[in-house]
Design a protein around this ligand. Structure first.
Ligand code: PDD
Length: 282
């Protein structure tokens, strides 16, 4: 496997990072995951812009121009054998003696790899998937796509332990997002989702979903969602670059709506597949 580290493409075994890297010591870095279909990146610019936003929020100087990032991403995709990939980019504040305060002259560490995209199991389309809920006990800067993911890791582990695909998070009685995806619900034919805020990641897949709802005249509204509304929803969806739009059909072991992927999800899923083909040309 070929990866990218600080300007070089090299076999993963040869990619070495100092234990003093602040990504390792403090989780002091940002990342992105860009889906790639038939070797064509999907929404690359939006991901690169979100990465810039994450860096701005943590005071990390972007080491590359957008044009350079595009070239690096394209080269990483070319050098990775699979047509469908999950392109991972990580930028940390670099290597410095351990001190919480920012180092004066550290150089950001840039790491990239592109793994084969995990295929969605067929049952996800026919049956949907299970999720559980948990208290959102993460920090208050979840709009930053930070590599410091312990809160998300602990949340995700709860669902992994019961064989569910996601942990949907509730903060002070309100829906925020899930451990590694955004959440939308459907009630009486309308799609609802919490508006963007510091409590959740501004998802690129979420944006596509809302754009498609607009384009196809599907009623939708962004507003705070209570836990009761989540539990009483006809449909629940989770969205992410790797899951696309996935129907959640059981929540905490209870069926959501009919317990099968709903009619609105079916419409959205179909629109999403067509849109993907349009923009990637495959
Ligand atoms: N996760 N919320 C969280 C906490 C996430 O980690 C993600 C993505 C999303 C959805 O964002 P997007 O649609 O841009 O992928 C929402 C990625 C896939 C990951 O960490 O692997």
């Amino acid at each position: 496997m070929i990866v990218h580290l600080n300007g070089e493409f090299l076999p993963i075994e040869e990619a070495k990072i100092s234990p003093l890297d602040r990504g390792f010591i403090f989780g002091d870095g940002v990342y992105e995951v860009i889906p790639v279909y038939s070797k064509k990146p999907f929404r690359m610019m939006e991901h690169l812009q979100r990465m810039q936003r994450s860096m701005d929020k943590i005071g990390l100087q972007n080491p590359h121009s957008i044009e350079r990032w595009e070239a690096l991403c394209n080269e990483m995709i070319e050098r990775s054998p699979d047509p469908d990939q999950g392109l991972y980019i990580q930028v940390t504040r670099g290597v410095a003696p351990r001190d919480h305060a920012f180092p004066k002259d550290a150089k950001p560490t840039v790491f990239m790899m592109s793994n084969p995209m995990r295929k969605a199991p067929v049952e996800w389309h026919t049956e949907g998937a299970a999720a559980i809920t948990a208290r959102d006990d993460r920090w208050y800067n979840n709009d930053i796509k930070s590599t410091a993911l312990l809160g998300n890791v602990l949340a995700r582990q709860k669902s992994a332990e019961v064989g569910a695909v996601e942990t949907i998070l509730i903060r002070d009685g309100m829906l925020t997002e899930a451990s590694s995806s955004n959440v939308l619900i459907v009630k009486d034919g309308t799609i609802f989702s919490p508006p963007k805020s510091n409590l959740l990641l501004p998802g690129t897949t979420f944006d596509v979903t809302i754009e498609l709802a607009q384009k196809h005249g599907m009623p939708h509204q962004l507003r705070p969602i209570t836990e009761a509304e989540l539990r009483g929803a006809d449909e629940i969806w989770v969205t992410s670059a790797t899951k696309e739009v996935l129907a959640i059909t059981t929540l905490d072991g209870k069926p959501v709506g009919t317990g099968k992927p709903g009619a609105v999800w079916k419409q959205m899923h179909a629109h999403y597949q067509v849109f993907k083909r349009e923009v990637t040309g495959c």
